[in-house]
Design a protein. Structure first.
Length: 688
């Protein structure tokens, strides 16, 4: 049976709130679904107490006759604790927990809340961090729920919804997260711990991580636990939310919790640049900072670094230099083909023939030097021209970008009355190879030798090929492209998207990531618009939620001295990279357009709001040409790739590295912004 087979929707007559001598719980079908009980009331963790536990007993309770709210009072020798819980929407409960120090001594403590779910989960999610255990890939990121028998604990600033955890079985789903409206609540952490009769969702205050802290790619540091000093008679209060939902289809029960969280967290943001300004700045960066013209031809370097080195942090007196090694790429990070297309589009739109010539020369340089084989495969870098390495392995992601942008560029010049059949033939040759070599067990694979033999078949990266295959069909009318695209789409969607584990799209990692979710998202929408078949729209919603799980829906708190504050960077709308790389980036620049398309087709306003948030976030940090960061003036249109919101960062001191920016001014953010603007202009023209 396919993992994607939808189950009949389970709708209990109602979720109700119940309070009793053991604590409080959420009921479904008259049975406890999840709750906070006396045997799990480990509410206070003392710093000096090696046992670390203070148990409290239920003292008294109040409850509404309609089961919409309750108050439960707990007491121990030195502490009282009160839970005030109320239903604020169907299946959504707000809790306010207050601890009071009844002793005559100040106490340095941390706090926690434990919510026991009465099922063994089939799927669990800590957004941006843990996708059902992170079992895919060879990376050394946190895997499973425990390390050496102790639960992984992650600070809130790693998760797209603050301190969020979600679990579900075949019938019900539970979510737990904190508010971002209060700093005491937001400075938190989360963990999941399996128990014999189910699983415990846990919140901690203030931040902590353990047993060890994931602080760099495949690297760990000692765990930590922050504390609060509570004076005699002092109190500490937090606000949290519990979501209970019926599961419609496997691995999607958390969607309802995300809808509810989004309604609580969403806000309006404003773009720091207009569309025309973004277009101009992005082209300026590519032309003035990345463009290289030499004896090999015309091409774009992949990016700028302080003195050309990834090992140096920028400071006054350093110079920006182009990367010397691995300096070109037709797609992925280098985005030569997309930048070339944007130059051509700009030239035709404005009459700037020089821009058209540059774009044309870039594509011609690549086709002249990429060594495209009779089988259709080509090199995805030009570096072999100067480093004498063979570069005889090509990844499918880069090949897909090449084919897509070559087709788009061919159309662009054809509409202007020019003929570049070699671009069309090169793109179709790539598509033809993959139509012939599609494998029902591995799809299009991950990378191939130029000899036509597979090098790696792992992951979802082959899904990028779906985009040029559909474009090849539109261009030629040849049904083989359409048939192959539909078959391959179904393979990737059922194997990977249905499991909420898209993989190996971030080519510098080997893990679950967001990047390979996007071609499935775009293709589902494309297929729906071409066929009208509703199952593609349902898949598009699923992909939209998967990508949403990588998006930050709040602003991380950083010190006033942090670079986030100094350069007005906010995390709301940013995207996290992967389970192996816990930093933020402006990838939302590419996703935003398809969230907007999803909003048009579903009439769900949250997708339109999310599209704006992601786009607006992707503009933060773009230099106007006068921006100075780390003592170095950044070229106009440039933007660093990584924003470090958590203790996963490149600083020697992981705590002070929170809220910092890196100095890798790479090509892809500018290219993604240009692609989205071109797509938006084409769609506006199409519907005008």
């Amino acid at each position: 049976m396919s993992i994607s087979k939808e189950r009949e929707r389970v709708e209990p007559s109602q979720f109700t709130l119940h309070a009793g001598a053991a604590g409080w719980s959420i009921m479904a079908d008259g049975k406890p679904l999840a709750g906070i009980y006396q045997d799990h009331l480990v509410g206070i963790v003392g710093l000096e107490d090696s046992s670390g536990l203070v148990s409290l007993e239920v003292k008294s309770l109040e409850r509404a006759a309609d089961h919409s709210r309750c108050s439960v009072y707990y007491r121990s020798a030195n502490w009282t604790m009160v839970d005030n819980v109320r239903q604020i929407d169907y299946g959504l409960y707000e809790g306010v927990r207050t601890w009071t120090n009844k002793s005559d001594q100040a106490a340095e403590v941390s706090f926690r809340l434990e919510l026991a779910a009465h099922y063994v989960p089939e799927f669990y999610l800590i957004p941006c961090v843990n996708y059902n255990g992170n079992s895919w890939g060879e990376g050394n990121e946190p895997k499973g729920l425990t390390y050496n028998g102790r639960p992984w604990t992650f600070a809130y600033d790693r998760t797209g919804i603050p301190a969020a955890s979600f679990t579900e079985n075949e019938r019900y789903a539970i979510g737990l997260f904190v508010t971002d409206a209060e700093q005491d609540s937001l400075r938190s952490a989360c963990s999941l711990e399996p128990i014999a009769e189910g699983i415990i969702h846990r919140l901690h205050w203030p931040e902590q991580e353990g047993p060890i802290s994931y602080t760099g790619r495949d690297m760990y540091s000692e765990g930590f636990r922050h504390t609060h000093l509570i004076p005699p008679g002092g109190t500490f209060s937090v606000t949290f939310y519990v979501s209970a939902a019926a599961v419609k289809a496997a691995n999607t029960g958390w969607f309802a919790a995300y809808d509810r969280a989004y309604s609580l967290l969403q806000r309006e943001t404003k773009p720091v640049y207009t569309e025309d300004e973004v277009w101009s700045l992005s082209l300026t960066f590519a032309r003035e900072s990345l463009l290289q013209q030499d004896e090999y031809g015309t091409y774009f370097n992949i990016g700028l670094l302080p003195e050309g080195s990834h090992d140096l942090k920028g400071k006054a007196g350093m110079q920006w230099k182009l990367r010397e090694q691995d300096r070109t790429e037709i797609g992925w990070c280098g985005q030569n083909a997309a930048l070339a297309r944007a130059f051509i589009a700009h030239g035709f739109r404005t009459g700037d023939n020089a821009m058209t010539t540059i774009g044309t020369d870039v594509l011609d340089t690549w086709l002249r030097n990429s060594g495209q084989q009779p089988n259709g495969l080509m090199r995805i870098t030009l570096d072999g021209l100067w480093d004498q390495r063979p570069h005889d392995t090509a990844d499918v992601c880069n090949l897909a970008w090449a084919a897509w942008q070559l087709i788009e560029s061919y159309r662009l010049v054809a509409d202007a009355g020019q003929v570049k059949l070699e671009w069309k033939h090169a793109a179709l040759a790539i598509c033809d190879f993959f139509v012939t070599h599609y494998d029902p067990e591995s799809g299009f694979g991950h990378s191939w030798g130029l000899d036509g033999l597979p090098r790696s078949s792992k992951g979802t990266g082959g899904a990028f090929l779906l985009i040029p295959l559909l474009e090849a069909y539109e261009l030629t009318g040849d049904e083989q492209y359409f048939a192959c695209a539909k078959q391959a789409y179904s393979f990737y969607a059922r194997r990977d998207l249905d499991r909420m584990q898209c993989t190996a799209g971030a080519l510098d990692t080997d893990c679950i990531d967001k990047e390979t979710g996007w071609p499935l998202f775009k293709t589902a929408l494309d297929l729906y618009e071409r066929t009208g078949e509703v199952h593609y729209l349902r898949d598009a919603e699923k992909a939209g939620y998967y990508l949403l799980s990588w998006c930050y829906l709040y602003d991380v708190i950083t010190d006033e001295q942090a670079e986030f504050a100094a350069y007005q960077y906010r995390t709301y709308g940013a995207t996290s990279v992967s389970t192996q790389h816990h930093h933020l980036d402006p990838w939302g620049a590419l996703i935003a357009f398809d969230w907007q398309r999803l909003a048009e087709h579903t009439q769900a306003k949250q997708w339109e709001q999310l599209a704006r948030a992601a786009w607006n976030n992707s503009l933060l940090g773009i230099s106007d040409g006068e921006t100075v960061i780390h003592g170095m003036k950044r070229p106009a249109g440039s933007q660093n790739e990584a924003f470090f919101a958590s203790r996963w960062n490149f600083a020697a001191d992981k705590e002070t590295g929170r809220g910092s920016l890196n100095d890798w001014l790479v090509a892809w953010p500018a290219a993604f912004r240009l692609i989205t603007i071109m797509r938006a202009r084409e769609r506006r023209n199409h519907f005008s």
